[in-house]
Ligand binder design. Structure first.
Ligand code: FMN
Length: 191
């Protein structure tokens, strides 16, 4: 079975983003061997000068290398995170910083950086409070993950999102989430 890695950065018990993630997971579970990384449980700190010095000198904690290897060897990746401050929570950015390991997730060919990841499709699941459609200049989540895909070599990035949720009636929110969960299930069939 192919390997699928879920990078779960949902932030609230009642997370609406996780409702969409769970819908996609339902479908994906029949075709993939799924492993989930709980970004909040891991809570990696951002890369600081001392850590960078060690890392540049080749000293990286084995736990971090081993997670980066899981990313590099996954056939598919799903990232789920709420839309915060026009992109995603800093804990996820810190996680990505830690995983950006030379000769594990990326390398260089003498002229530029190239990806080392096996993944050919990345699914990004999010919900936004404001009326910000995917691809809008204010959506710095999907644009960032597309850029990351070009660095690590993660392949095609598909975003499944529901937006304007903080400015809808409770009924409308429920309807929108069901509609987006249905889309996530549909996309998961060909993922
Ligand atoms: C700390 C924080 C920052 C947020 N920043 C934004 C933002 O910049 N733009 C936006 O559209 N919504 C923002 N929101 C609203 C969330 O994106 C929205 O409520 C989303 O559905 C939350 O996802 P969740 O239910 O999975 O936690 C923010 C919410 C929080 C708690």
């Amino acid at each position: 079975m192919q390997k699928l890695l879920i990078i779960d950065s949902c932030m609230r018990e009642e997370s609406r983003t996780r409702i969409i993630l769970d819908a996609a997971k339902e479908v994906l579970a029949s075709r993939y061997d799924i492993e989930t990384i709980d970004v909040n449980a891991l809570a990696l700190p951002p890369v600081t000068p001392g850590f960078l010095k060690d890392r540049t000198g080749g000293r990286v904690p084995e736990e971090i290398v081993s997670i980066a290897r899981k990313i590099a060897s996954a056939d598919r990746i799903v990232i789920a995170a709420p839309f915060w401050d026009m992109s995603f929570p800093a804990v996820l950015k810190a996680f990505i910083e830690n995983m950006s390991l030379y000769n594990v997730t990326f390398t260089d060919d003498g002229t530029t950086c190239t990806g080392l990841c096996k993944c050919t499709k990345l699914l990004y699941i999010t919900t936004r409070g404001m009326d910000i459609p995917t691809g809008d200049v204010r959506d710095q989540g999907s644009s960032y993950l597309k850029a990351l895909s070009s660095l690590w070599g993660l392949g095609e990035v598909t975003t499944v999102a529901a937006w304007n949720l903080d400015y809808m009636s409770a009924d409308k929110v429920e309807e929108k989430l069901e509609e987006t969960a249905t889309l996530a299930r549909k996309l998961a069939q060909d993922f």
